[in-house]
Design a binder for this molecule. Structure first.
Ligand code: PLP
Length: 392
């Protein structure tokens, strides 16, 4: 009789996958359901990127890639990091191409976390960080982030409260899924000073960096000071910036000693994205960037649609996101657990959102609404959400 290895007990399905199972059951009953749940852009990958992949395939670029990442892509990443983030990395030794940010986060955690090490993690946060932390033997140390004046905040006080002698790593994500907060330069400087003072490795997931609103700009922690750069693994991906979720291509930048070990982790598992996908990635990062600005404009309009549709509902306050493509609804005034409200919206009104409690206890009392999909789906979903939240 097969029984899974003990270490797999660390692994939990993501909230999206658990809710999807509920949604599939309803669909199987013939129910009509509209989803405002996933962080999956409905925009097409820009044509010049698709064409680069096709050209690459036609040129027979189908053999194993350089496992560290194709040299041209690593150079394109290094140029991008210098141009956009203001920090220089050596493409030969300080960059690793990964299968999306997911693999970058996994490789970074496997490299820096020893059994029993504490990993400071904002609460609420993207729920797929927890399983790889535990798989690496780490202990999640939640940093309670308060919702104050319409915005979730990561403060040094909260970090100090969560930090113990076991803490070794701080994992942050700005623009921050699910809260929509973009840490300001001042906030980030304070967080980084804390990481330096407590001698922590910083893992910075910057996957939403180009999707910011209202004059907010993403700041890359590694660019703040040499003493931050030397302890930071920057994780990024082409998934959201170029609408390339299914291509599975991302990258990490870190000092050579870290990248060397992360490369060993990658060699024993994925060996990196397909060669022609990496060629497409090179075209994305080195080609024209108007597509990125156009996507940001599209999300800006959708964000406004969401804010307009959800304003003034009883017991509900919409938090205008500063970045990413999720809006949080503060539904604490309803007095209802977020998962119960989510379920009711799904079963009685046919609209899928995620409950804030899925992202940690500090997310309780909120709902996450995605506007990664727009058009008729967004309009219908918002109509149902309005109806559901008004009907309680
Ligand atoms: C914060 C965050 N990090 C990482 C990922 C996964 O990214 P990738 O598609 O590059 O693996 C997601 C996807 O939703 C995300 O929201």
């Amino acid at each position: 009789m097969f029984s899974p290895a003990d270490r797999t007990a660390a692994l939990q399905p993501t909230a999206v996958n658990s809710v999807l199972a509920e949604v599939r059951a309803l669909l199987a009953e013939g129910r009509d359901v509209v989803s405002l749940m996933r962080g999956e852009p409905d925009l097409a990958t820009p044509p010049h990127i698709v064409e680069a992949a096709v050209r690459s395939l036609q040129q027979g670029r189908t053999a194993y890639p350089d496992n560290r990442g194709e040299p041209r892509l690593r150079e394109a990443v290094a140029d991008k990091l210098e141009r956009r983030n203001g920090v220089r990395y050596d493409p030969g030794s300080e960059i690793l191409i990964t299968d999306g940010a997911t693999f970058g986060i996994y490789a970074a955690l496997m490299t820096v976390v020893n059994p029993g090490d504490g990993v400071l993690l904002p609460d609420p946060v993207y729920d797929a960080y927890q399983s790889p932390i535990r798989l690496a033997g780490g202990v999640v140390q939640p940093v309670v982030c308060e919702l104050r004046d319409g915005r979730f905040r990561l403060t040094v006080d909260a970090l100090e409260t969560a930090c113990t002698g076991e803490s070794r790593v701080l994992l942050i994500n700005s623009p921050w899924n699910p809260t929509g907060t973009v840490l300001t330069r001042e906030e980030l400087s304070a967080v980084c000073e804390f990481a330096v003072r407590r001698n922590l490795t910083l893992i910075s997931d910057e996957i939403y960096e180009t999707i910011t609103y209202g004059g907010r700009a993403h700041v890359s922690p590694a660019s703040l000071a040499p003493e931050v750069r030397e302890r930071t693994v920057t994780v990024n991906s082409l998934s959201k910036t170029y609408a390339m979720t299914g291509w599975r291509v991302g990258y990490c930048a870190a000092p050579a000693s870290l990248i060397r070990t992360m490369f060993l982790v990658l060699q024993q598992s994925s060996r990196g994205p397909a060669t022609f996908v990496q060629d497409a990635g090179t075209a994305a990062l080195s080609g024209p960037q108007d597509c990125v600005a156009e996507m940001r404009e599209t999300y800006t309009q959708r964000r406004q649609t969401v804010l307009d549709a959800l304003i003034g509902l009883p017991g509900t306050r919409v938090l205008p996101p500063e970045g990413g493509f999720f809006a949080m609804l503060d539904v604490r005034a309803t007095g209802m657990p977020s998962n119960e409200l989510r379920r009711r919206l799904l079963r009685e009104h046919g609209v899928v959102v995620l409950h804030g409690g899925a992202y940690g206890p500090a997310g309780e009392g909120t709902l996450r609404v995605s506007f990664a999909t727009g058009g008729a789906v967004l309009d219908r979903g918002l109509e149902r959400l309005r109806a559901g939240l008004s009907a309680r």
